[in-house]
Design a protein around this ligand. Structure first.
Ligand code: FEO
Length: 395
């Protein structure tokens, strides 16, 4: 067998990392920037009798995955392929592995099994469905399955390797970075994990909380997610996830705005200066040039949002609309909001913003729509709106 120059670290006894690093990927889901690329982690567990591959890798990296498995065993001898999640970044190489390993059985939840048939054309007779608490004995290695739906698709599950005390939660606890293999090798890991949580898991944080309660009684020595480094120190990520899934917010406002000729920006600056003078932490993003991942990160624990968007063509400026839709879609734990807007000859942005924020749980504590740049009277109004918001944030 030809040996390829691949790194296949043994992360625990008879457990191998056979994932790949996508150093150059810069966008995920055609939406999320990836400044440090990402990883598609896959893990090979060798029992005395059987072997299991936990998740696969993004399409295009099949040969690298196969080459890594080859360093441990013949890929054709694989017994099980565990599919924790059906999204192509982890499941996209299933057809390749199932073709190579002719006797392998795909293991998934009932919903996952249906997706495997539709997305990856895996025949029903090659799939074993598992439910909460089911186990799979590999010979001295026991895989236990934990039903963990909606993290972040309906079919998701976790796999727990009982003897090694490793939790394989797929996307949950992940981070989009190709840097490092273990958590203690990456300096800025938690901000990357937070950004990832905001982008992927925040809309499902109640389901995340439930899943964490399920595994609270497990002894977990290692967390091996499908993106980013493996946690040798699981408490590091568990602690922040307890707070993030609980929707705990800080004395903090996130400002998301766009401005065409500077009038909306002048309004925003008055609000920002007032919030700062009232002791509120402020983070500010101009959607026209912001990294959406950073906005997602700061939405994880901000208590209030300030939205600034001018009227153009009778409604919200399209870039501001994108920002507002993002704030709504990610379902952050925001409690309060303020919307300010300037128009040239006719309003409309404020009405549209109210329609977007209306169905959310955000209490809009102040709005102001003005014609052109803010007058002295407008400035006083903006200071009042900001002071009122600061009082709400501090409550
Ligand atoms: Fe990383 Fe939902 O796939």
């Amino acid at each position: 067998m030809e040996m390829k120059p691949y790194a296949v670290p043994q992360i625990s006894k008879d457990v191998y990392w056979v994932g790949v690093k996508d150093w150059n990927r810069r966008l995920f889901d055609a939406l999320i920037p990836l400044p440090q690329g990402t990883t598609y982690n896959a893990y090979l567990v060798k029992g005395k009798e059987k072997s299991a591959l936990i998740d696969t890798v993004n399409p295009g990296f099949e040969q690298e995955l196969v080459g890594k498995i080859e360093q441990v065993m013949k890929p054709g001898d694989l017994d099980y392929l565990i599919m924790n999640h059906a999204e192509p970044d982890h499941a996209g190489s299933i057809p390749c592995i199932m073709e190579l390993a002719k006797k392998a059985t795909l293991v998934a939840t009932e919903k996952g099994a249906k997706m495997a048939q539709v997305f990856y054309r895996v025949p029903q007779e090659r799939i074993r469905t598992v439910k909460e608490g089911d186990t799979l004995d590999l010979g001295g290695k026991t895989l236990r399955f934990v039903d963990a739906p909606w993290l972040h698709w309906p079919e998701t599950m976790f796999t727990y390797l009982v003897e090694n005390k490793i939790l394989f939660p797929c996307d949950f606890f992940g981070a989009h970075t190709a840097f490092g293999l273990y958590d203690d090798e990456v300096g800025e890991l938690i901000p990357f994990a937070k950004r990832y949580f905001g982008e992927i898991m925040m809309p499902f944080r109640n389901m995340g909380k439930k899943a964490m309660e399920k595994v609270a009684g497990f002894q977990i020595d290692m967390i091996a997610p499908s993106h980013g480094p493996v946690y040798k120190n699981p408490e590091r990520i568990l602690e922040v996830y307890r707070s993030w899934t609980a929707g705990e917010t800080r004395n903090k406002a996130i400002v998301v705005y766009v401005s065409m000729w500077g009038s909306t920006e002048k309004m925003i600056k008055i609000v920002v200066e007032t919030l700062l003078s009232e002791g509120v932490e402020v983070c500010l993003y101009n959607v026209a040039n912001a990294d959406l991942g950073e906005i997602a990160k700061d939405l994880v624990d901000a208590r209030a949002v300030v939205l600034g968007v001018p009227t153009v063509l009778g409604g919200m400026h399209p870039v501001g609309l994108h920002g507002a839709n993002l704030v709504k879609a990610l379902r952050p734990p925001l409690k309060y909001g303020v919307v300010v807007s300037s128009y040239g000859w006719g309003g409309g942005a404020l009405k549209q913003a109210a329609e977007i924020l209306g169905p959310t749980k955000i209490e809009v504590t102040g709005t102001l729509e003005i014609n052109g740049p803010p007058s002295a009277e407008d400035q006083q109004k903006l200071i009042g709106i900001a002071k009122q918001l600061a009082a709400k944030i501090r409550e």
